[in-house]
Design a protein. Structure first.
Length: 173
């Protein structure tokens, strides 16, 4: 049970009991066991669902632009993909960068692609981490849905594919 103590300034403050705390926040002394592992897992499922909805939305937007003839070459597709991700909510806002890193299977994609740590002047570049991770997630989703440019035939198309598990479903295994 939490107790109240007088702080250095004579104000009463609430202190958490000593010990491990709850199952999902063992390192957090403020978690007094009110958050169960099941609640933690449910919260993560909601975050992942929101993030992968964003991934699928970008994929669908690019597929529509291909279908409408706006994107006709592989270079156009790569440029549109980069612009879509760079301008997305997930990369623009720092709090969303953290969600990307929590939800993606590709949190290390920046290091994989650049060979260096995303740190400059002692500051982590969260947006770069999110950008590279989301780029890989969208590319994986495009591949799974068959969103591609077929330059050999001079046409853009969306190839029908046999549906497999979504990135969200794969993560649950």
């Amino acid at each position: 049970m939490a107790t109240r103590k007088k702080g250095a300034h004579g104000l009463t403050k609430r202190t958490a009991p000593k010990g491990r705390g709850g199952s999902s926040g063992g390192a957090n002394p403020r978690n007094d066991g009110r958050i169960t592992e099941e609640q933690h897992d449910d919260a993560m499922r909601v975050l992942r669902a929101e993030y992968y909805q964003g991934v699928r939305s970008i994929t669908q937007e690019l597929a529509d632009r291909i279908k409408d003839g706006e994107i006709t070459t592989q270079d156009d597709l790569e440029r549109a993909l980069q612009e879509s991700i760079a301008g997305s909510y997930w990369v623009i806002y720092t709090h969303a960068n953290f969600q990307v890193i929590l939800c993606t299977d590709h949190h290390d994609e920046y290091m994989e692609q650049t060979g260096e740590a995303p740190v400059s002047d002692g500051t982590i570049n969260w947006a770069a981490l999110a950008y590279y991770a989301m780029m890989r997630d969208v590319q994986d989703q495009m591949s799974a849905e068959g969103v591609e440019i077929n330059e050999d035939l001079g046409e853009a198309r969306r190839r029908p594919t046999r549906r497999g598990p979504s990135p969200l479903a794969r993560r649950r295994r």
